[in-house]
Design a protein around this ligand. Structure first.
Ligand SMILES: [Zn+2]
Length: 260
């Protein structure tokens, strides 16, 4: 069984403040250690539950958060590359784990809620449905017929994933947002146990998961906080101006769900 893990940072176990995900902050050192330990526990659980090949993509801020020399040897590790959010993902994988994830921009009590770029993106929609990174990444994996089999993050992340991908989706809830920038977290021991249990459930029920396949061609829209952000985005090839703050494009397939 071949499993791909897309690992962001905001939803990592025991990570409870914004400063831990910002490279320029001293607390980031703590954040990247938490991320490495959490991934190592996940990989061990996947391996013990029957995964035979595991690829982990370190995606937060373009990658480079984990120190590969300290990582669990049952997986291989990569980062996004040349515009590909999951470089090695192809049809040979049986499932995608969304690890360390967060809710879409504008989610009440979503810990560090945002969509793609927290400094400029206000809202993203695909065929009129507002989505966050969970939707974007699930659609991208759906292009390769790979279903999301599990998600980890705060409670609002789990709710968003279930609403989009089905109420039966195994979710490892390891924290609860207190406003946007703080979270109440399980202890490491408790969170790691939740992850292990969810992995077991995910691999046992993998046959029940379906790839997420919105209809294409699809109308994509991105609204920014300010109109000057849309000015520069709309200058790019293939991007049309919708209104002062919004640009859009037609995606011919799920590989084109992001483009600005
Ligand atoms: Zn992130």
């Amino acid at each position: 069984m071949k499993i791909y893990v897309l690992c962001d940072m905001e939803g990592i176990s025991c990570l409870n403040k914004m400063e831990q995900v910002k490279r320029e902050m001293p607390d980031y050192i703590e954040g990247r250690e938490l991320m490495s330990e959490d991934i190592n526990n996940l990989v061990e659980a996947l391996f013990n539950s029957g995964a035979t090949e595991i690829t982990v993509c370190d995606t937060h801020g373009g990658g480079g958060n984990i120190n590969v020399s300290k990582m669990n040897p049952h997986a291989v590790y990569e980062v996004p590359n040349n515009g590909k959010m999951m470089p090695s993902l192809d049809k040979s994988y049986d499932g995608l784990v969304l690890f360390g994830h967060h809710a879409k921009a504008g989610t009440l009590n979503g810990f560090l809620d945002h969509t793609m770029d927290s400094s400029s993106w206000y809202e993203y929609s695909l065929n009129g449905k507002v989505m966050g990174e969970i939707g974007i990444e699930s659609a991208y994996a759906g292009y390769f017929d790979v279903p999301v089999i599990m998600i980890q993050g705060d409670e609002t992340t789990a709710q968003e994933a279930k609403e989009l991908l089905g109420q039966e989706l195994p979710c490892a809830i390891v924290k609860w947002g207190i406003g946007r920038n703080k979270a109440k977290c399980l202890s490491k021991t408790a969170a790691f146990e939740v992850v292990r249990k969810t992995v077991k459930e995910a691999l046992l029920s993998i046959k029940n998961r379906k790839p997420f396949k919105p209809s294409f061609p699809a109308e994509i829209k991105v609204s920014y906080y300010r109109s000057d952000m849309a000015d520069s985005a709309s200058a790019r090839h293939g991007i049309k101006r919708v209104d002062a703050r919004t640009v859009g494009w037609t995606a011919s397939d799920a590989l084109e769900v992001t483009g600005v």
